[in-house]
Write a protein that binds this ligand. Structure first.
Ligand code: 5AD
Ligand code: SF4
Length: 444
């Protein structure tokens, strides 16, 4: 009988990428994917621990699976990723969720096949290696025929921002050699991929700790020449390492999307220093101006944290001011969440929840108005879209993304999926642009 795998992925693109690898390993073993949990023989939950809210959601989800497993004891439940990798957490998780069959961290993807075999023999198993996986041991696997694929160019992070758990669960920064990445991308293109997002916690420091003799800009230049690849995206850029060379490379590259995800986190220098971010507000603004001077059509998105320990009303006002100053098309806004083991968890002056909530609401309100104003400005303009597929909210319509990563919904024939077309924008809301096809571009 055909066995089915159902995957639930939490967290960032990096985690999404890992979910794809774990799912692909199971499909290699004969499982086929399902979108219907009740059909599943294997459930993979790939977790995130960057904020407490994510963890609570995941723990709730694991709890819900208990009933399903009671009805179907052959169901294998695997919980993987960042949440499980946190030091000293496994025992607590196992006690809370004895119905889980496989617990595994962020460094054990290559053992997932063995873990699955062991659990199919009826064993409960936990494998959370502390040894960082070597980049050469990584087997990134992707579903064949996908139009857009996330590609890891590096793993881990060396920055130790005071609030962030990532360096503790994903280890030190390691980069994959250029040729290995290029080979992966070429084979993805052969199987139908047209757009890649190059992933790293801090892509601007690509290769620095590995002594490659080439940097992220050089990697992008090589990517730009891959035959058949329409678009190259990248994230995340740490402002402190964003070089002039990178800006010029993006300006000159034919297939390099003019989109910078440039988290600023906080607008006050005092808070930035406490956060260990190694840049000032002035430096951040200078980088933004440099990007927009050289690439006027560039799109900027950001991450912002409200309520970091010790953040005063004046500090927060400076965050709002930065949002008013920089034309972000989108901002991912978060309430500070205390993560045990990080430096900021022990800082005095933790901000009360009510104040954090209020600040977050203000921030979101402001950015929504800014995003809407920005999208309204695009009305009447033409955009290049890579057509992705039917719209999630209305299957009669198609969606695609601009080079700046804005979502566009429009009417069109399904044969356009996978091609670049021009769309004229007719209207907008805070999240989406609505348009109509102008004329097909020649390249298909
Ligand atoms: N609390 C709130 N937000 C956080 N982020 C990372 N750690 C925390 C935390 N402890 C946010 C940052 C980062 C994004 C991926 O998540 O803004 O850029
Ligand atoms: Fe976390 Fe900072 Fe590294 Fe980003 S750069 S993953 S926020 S430590």
């Amino acid at each position: 009988m055909d066995k089915k795998v159902y995957t639930i992925s939490y967290g960032c693109q990096m985690s999404e990428r890992d979910s794809e690898t774990l799912t692909a390993i199971s499909t290699k073993l004969g499982y086929s994917r399902t979108e219907d949990l009740s059909q599943a023989d294997l459930v993979i939950i790939n977790t995130c621990c960057v904020r407490e809210s994510a963890e609570n959601k995941i723990i709730g989800k694991i709890g819900q699976l208990k009933k399903i497993k009671e009805k179907k004891p052959s169901l294998v439940i695997a919980v993987a990723g960042c949440m499980v990798q946190q030091p000293g957490i496994l025992e607590r998780l196992q006690k809370r969720a004895p119905h889980v069959d496989i617990w595994t961290g962020t460094f054990d993807h290559n053992k997932f096949e063995e873990l699955l075999h062991a659990s199919l023999c009826g064993r409960k198993i936990a494998l959370i290696s502390q040894r960082e996986i070597d980049v050469s041991e990584v087997v990134p696997l992707a579903e064949k025929g996908k139009l857009h694929v996330n590609v890891n160019i590096m793993y881990g992070c060396n920055n130790y921002c005071a609030y962030c758990i990532v360096p503790y669960v994903r280890g030190r920064e390691r980069s994959r050699p250029k040729e290995v990445i290029l080979d992966e991308v070429r084979s993805l293109v052969e199987s139908g991929c047209r757009e890649v997002t190059l992933l790293g916690q801090n892509v601007n420091s690509y290769g620095k700790t590995d002594g490659f003799g080439y940097d992220f800009s050089d990697l992008l230049k090589a990517m730009d020449k891959v035959d058949g690849l329409f678009r190259v995206r990248f994230m995340t850029s740490h402002p402190k390492d964003l070089s002039d060379k990178l800006i010029t490379t993006v300006a000159e590259g034919e297939h390099l999307c003019e989109h910078f995800h440039l988290p600023f986190q906080a607008g006050s220098n005092r808070v930035l220093q406490m956060m260990n971010r190694y840049y000032t507000r002035e430096y951040y603004l200078e980088r933004v101006h440099r990007i927009l001077d050289e690439i006027p059509e560039a799109r900027l998105t950001t991450d912002i944290i409200a309520g970091f320990p010790g953040e005063t009303e004046e500090d927060f006002e400076q965050t709002l001011d930065l949002v008013r100053t920089v034309p972000f098309t989108q901002a991912f806004t978060f309430m500070y969440s205390k993560r045990s083991g990080t430096a900021a968890a022990d800082f005095p002056d933790q901000i009360p929840l009510e104040i954090k909530k209020l600040r977050l609401q203000k921030l979101m309100g402001l950015q929504n108005t800014r995003s809407l104003a920005w999208r309204n400005e695009m009305v009447g303009h033409n955009c290049e879209i890579l057509v992705e597929g039917p719209s999630k909210s209305n299957a009669e319509l198609l969606t695609g993304r601009t080079r700046g990563n804005e979502l566009v919904v429009f009417q069109g024939n399904e044969h356009l999926i996978g091609s670049l077309i021009n769309v004229r924008i007719d209207s907008a809301n805070s999240w989406t642009l609505f348009g109509r096809i102008e004329f097909p571009k020649e390249r298909r």
